[in-house]
Design a protein. Structure first.
Length: 264
């Protein structure tokens, strides 16, 4: 029986030392080792990290043979192993992606194989989480970022300003609604409502199609309804009688939850 057999080897492309563990034999009786973790480029650092991992797993990191039990880290000699200088795992796909970026081509994602110079700013905003000045931990993403910084930073920042303006406008509108909205009626009370549908969405519920509806009165009170009744289309003004089910808030806006709506 072989237990906890580990080995340190070079990753694909000789870019990084990796730790692998013995998982069994193939049909030709060849040993199978599976990837455990990436270690380091420096062999001494790689051995140090491997020892820490093996020890944390409850095994002897020094490596010895004891009957049929084999624990192998001691067979790795960092003095006889050269530091690896290539970037990352250095597999062919990775290197191909780097080459694409260096030639100004997106290597993956929605705009795969498109010129980086033509990728919509809206996508780049999402790709970099709205911050083009933040250095990326991924080497490939960092290369893309540097190209955007050099050739399209003004476009990116203009889009950021546009997004911030929209957020500021939306927040100002929400603040107006916060100040205007009030909870209406008492729980269980039957009330009359004249309001405009601001949001309506349908979804499959337990008992069939249900509707999520937000209504707003001219004086700023907001009502929420979730149920099987379709109250109309977005923008419709409806005249209802409904039962107050509860009171809640969303982003500081008071909402009155209703059920059993009936058209008047």
């Amino acid at each position: 029986m072989i237990e906890a057999q580990f080995e340190i080897c070079r990753g694909q492309g000789n870019g990084m030392y990796t730790l692998r563990s013995f998982t069994g034999y193939d049909r030709d009786d060849n040993e199978i080792f599976s990837y455990v973790k990436t270690l380091a480029r420096n062999p001494h650092k790689a051995l140090e990290k491997a020892r820490e991992y093996v020890k944390a797993e409850g095994h002897d990191p020094d490596g010895f043979f004891e009957g049929d039990t084999v624990k192998v880290l001691g067979s790795f000699d960092p003095e006889a192993s050269a530091p690896l200088t290539n970037w990352g795992e250095c597999d062919p796909e990775y290197q191909n992606n780097i080459s694409r970026v260096e030639h100004g081509i997106m290597p993956f994602g929605k705009y795969y194989n498109h010129p980086i110079s033509l990728v919509p700013v809206s996508y780049l905003f999402w790709f970099f989480d709205g911050d083009i000045d933040k250095k990326q931990s991924s080497h490939i993403r960092e290369k893309i970022r540097l190209q955007i910084l050099e050739y399209r930073r003004s476009d990116f920042m203009a889009y950021v300003e546009e997004i911030n303006a929209k957020k500021a406008k939306a927040e100002a509108e929400r603040e107006i609604k916060r100040n205007a909205s009030r909870h209406v009626g008492q729980v269980g009370e039957r009330i009359d409502i004249i309001a405009k549908i601001g949001v309506i969405k349908s979804f499959d519920g337990t008992y069939g199609i249900s509707f999520f509806t937000i209504l707003e009165t001219t004086d700023g009170n907001v009502f929420k309804y979730v149920g099987s009744a379709c109250l109309g289309e977005k923008g419709d003004t409806v005249n209802l009688k409904a039962t107050v089910k509860g009171h809640t808030e969303w982003e500081g806006i008071s909402q009155t939850i209703i059920n059993r709506p009936k058209f008047i």
